[in-house]
Ligand binder design. Structure first.
Ligand code: QUE
Length: 335
């Protein structure tokens, strides 16, 4: 009996193929998966028969739901920092490698794509989203923060859209992902397999033949409001601005912010604003430093417990209210 490999790599025609193959865990990345992707990219870098890299996923539900945070939480509880550091060091090194990869890198995203899944796709030249693609950076819900270079790319999305997405964890579906900047083209699921095969035969020329015209951005009506509200300097100020808006969208957004970790909202807003003025390298370094303090915080241990381990979805945040987060406690997270 051989266990299925969690990542399958192959040389197929003109491309190197990476298939995330842990569908029961929504293809969440663990260290062996990160290492397998990294070695394939090293091997293909100077292989003249590989013209492009294609990353895709097994299963219909998820491209990649993030990192294996359940394991990270357990290591943290065991006082075992080495595997946690190794995970983030190698994950962020992979993000950097994709960003500077010398060959076209194509991600086919036909399901959930969150956190680490965005990290192994967004730095590629081509990101294809289907109507089943669902992008989110939901880390404030587990008392963490948007990492994998999100502090670089979220502040660079249109207006303050990325601040809204990073604080609330709001989901972006299908063609909206192209409008928001997560994806570069929209291809229906029905054509995704054909596109994947065509990439091996024709290389990246196949992409344009399988792109369909974009429907309108469903967030268009909220865009101006998002920019006005999420330009505020503090989380309490964002809440005040939302409370002055009587729309259903504002009400739902308040609910979202009142559900996630109050402390995580504060450190996330701070590192996202700082990221606007940093290079990707600097962002990843600042994120790595912040993993050390956030992972020791009650809200990370409790957030992963409530959302991923016990799944009761009722985390007891400390402090429990946005209004009770002390600026000095947030400062110490960055010290
Ligand atoms: C918020 C998150 C994550 C999450 C749930 C949240 C996240 C993440 C996972 C996840 C999903 C499937 C797995 C797994 C972890 O869930 O980042 O191990 O098999 O990776 O509410 O940020």
């Amino acid at each position: 009996m051989h266990a299925e490999p969690s990542v399958r790599t192959s040389h197929d025609g003109r491309v190197g193929r990476i298939k995330l193959n842990r569908p029961k865990a929504l293809n969440a990345l663990d260290l062996p998966m990160i290492r397998a992707i990294t070695s394939a990219l090293w091997a293909w870098r100077d292989d003249p028969h590989v013209h492009a890299v294609v990353i895709e996923a097994a299963g219909e539900r998820a491209f990649c739901a993030g990192g294996d945070i359940r394991a990270l939480r357990q290591h943290q509880l065991d006082g075992n920092r080495a595997p946690v550091d190794a995970f983030f060091t190698e994950e962020y090194a992979l993000n950097r490698m994709i960003a500077s990869y010398p060959k076209p890198y194509v991600a086919l995203i036909d399901g959930i794509c969150m956190g680490g899944g965005i990290g192994v796709s967004i730095y590629g030249d081509y990101r294809v989203a289907s109507e089943h693609a669902m992008f989110a950076m939901p880390e404030t819900a587990i008392g963490f923060f948007p990492d994998i270079g999100a502090t670089f790319f979220l502040p660079r999305l249109p207006g303050d859209l990325g601040i809204y997405l990073g604080l609330t964890g709001a989901r972006i579906h299908g063609a909206d992902a192209v409008h928001a900047g997560f994806a570069t083209q929209f291809t229906p699921r029905a054509e995704m397999h054909q596109l994947s095969a065509a990439l091996a035969h024709d290389g990246i020329a196949a992409l344009a033949r399988h792109a369909v015209p974009l429907p309108a951005f469903t967030l268009q009506n909220q865009r101006a409001t998002i920019d006005t509200i999420f330009a505020a300097d503090s989380v309490p100020d964002i809440l005040h601005r939302l409370e002055a808006d009587t729309s259903d969208w504002a009400h739902k957004t308040i609910e979202a912010l009142r559900t996630v970790s109050p402390s995580a909202l504060a450190w996330t807003l701070r590192i996202l604003r700082d990221g606007a003025h940093r290079t990707l390298e600097q962002c990843l370094d600042a994120e790595f430093a912040l993993t050390h303090t956030t992972m020791r915080h009650n809200d990370f241990i409790e957030g992963v417990r409530a959302m991923v381990v016990d799944k009761d979805r009722t985390p007891r945040w400390q402090p429990a209210r946005i209004e009770d987060v002390a600026q000095s406690d947030i400062e110490t997270m960055f010290a």
